[in-house]
Write a protein that binds this ligand. Structure first.
Ligand SMILES: Nc1nc2c(ncn2[C@@H]2O[C@H](COP(=O)(O)OP(=O)(O)O)[C@@H](O)[C@H]2O)c(=O)[nH]1
Ligand SMILES: [Mg+2]
Ligand SMILES: [Zn+2]
Length: 311
């Protein structure tokens, strides 16, 4: 649903209003009020800007076209990535992660692995979409690369957003309804094509958001939330190259690798790191072919990153 053109509304300065953060661009936040009043550009109080799209906020109107966020409501979860020095917020209050991959260009499996671990660690469900299945020559390899993820229990939905748009609705509408879903994917995978199918007025909404944020041309450089016609919301984020998870502790990491769980209690040492320890049940499962080597390598890499964080 696009929010209507600005309508007049009587708000006295200092009134406390409630809404949801619809878009973020730098320190500019666009807040959609709970009633059907127009969106308002807001700034966080103070210097720190740790507000995310999807956050419930209390805010006050400070002038005709600006507001101040005075409080962030309690979050169910917050998805973010981090490197050694800083973190970058994706969104808050999510139900699921929809990872968009394509047969072509070749998708980056490291990013896929990291996105799935981030979702597990933050308590979100994951759905994997393989788009562009009309590119028949590239399809068998893409399927082969995704087979291990299906074997881990992840749902892989095959689509052709361009050639079979009707299937997109058949396969996704019910899974998105009344839930908050964030789309993640490298550029070129078909995210915008999917958003435009799922959110019929996405272009208009995007224009409205970018003009309200005064970000004009930068239409895809900010994270934004769309309301779905049947209920629920879809959050689109700019493409990214790195998905650092330096903030996850070793304990969070070992539990986020779902297929490690049956082995975690069976290691010889209770504080086993599952890296080189003798009698490690996880390493034995790798040797026995029950856990893929690539999966364990990702675990080892993430543990290494977690140890690098500058706190
Ligand atoms: N062959 C094919 N091309 C697609 C499909 N979906 C999207 N594309 C094309 O892939 C390119 C990238 O799509 P876009 O939605 O902009 O990807 P984004 O960068 O992830 O937002 C565009 O040229 C689309 O027309 C599909 O299902 N099949
Ligand atoms: Mg795009
Ligand atoms: Zn172990």
């Amino acid at each position: 649903m696009t929010r209507g053109a600005p309508r007049s509304r009587r708000v006295s300065a200092g009134d406390r209003l409630e809404g949801t953060v619809i878009a973020v661009h730098g320190r500019h936040y666009l807040v959609g009020p709970d009633d059907s009043a127009p969106m308002l550009q807001c700034f966080p109080r103070g210097k720190k800007s740790d507000v995310a799209v999807g956050d419930r906020v209390h805010y006050e109107q400070s002038s005709a076209d600006q507001g101040v966020i005075v409080e962030i409501g309690e979050r169910r979860n917050l998805l973010y990535r981090s490197d050694q020095f800083k973190s970058k917020l994706f969104a808050a209050n999510l139900d699921q992660l929809l990872i968009v991959l394509a047969t072509e260009p070749h998708f980056n499996e490291d990013l896929l692995g990291r996105a799935l671990i981030a979702a597990e660690a933050h308590g979100l469900e994951s759905l994997i979409v393989l788009n562009k299945i009309d590119m028949e020559r590239a399809l068998p390899l893409a399927r082969e690369r995704l087979a291990p993820y299906r074997a881990l229990g992840y749902t892989v939905i095959e689509l052709s957003a361009k050639m079979a748009p009707g299937d997109v609705h058949l396969q996704l509408d019910a899974r998105l309804k009344d839930r908050s879903t964030i789309l993640l994917g490298q550029s070129g995978m078909g995210k915008s094509t999917l958003v435009n199918l799922l959110v019929p007025d996405a272009d208009a909404a995007t224009r409205e958001i970018s003009s309200a944020l005064n970000s004009g041309r930068h239409t895809t450089t900010f994270t934004r939330l769309y309301e779905l016609p049947e209920g629920g919301s879809l959050i689109d984020s700019p493409g990214f190259q790195e998905f650092g998870l330096h903030h996850l502790s070793e304990g969070q990491l070992e539990r986020a690798f779902a297929n490690f769980r049956p082995y975690l209690r069976q290691c010889r040492f209770y504080n086993c790191h599952h890296l080189h320890e003798p009698g490690c049940a996880v390493l034995e499962a790798v040797e026995a072919g029950k856990i893929r080597r690539e999966r364990h390598a990702l675990y080892a890499q993430l543990v290494h990153e977690a140890s690098q964080i500058v706190r």
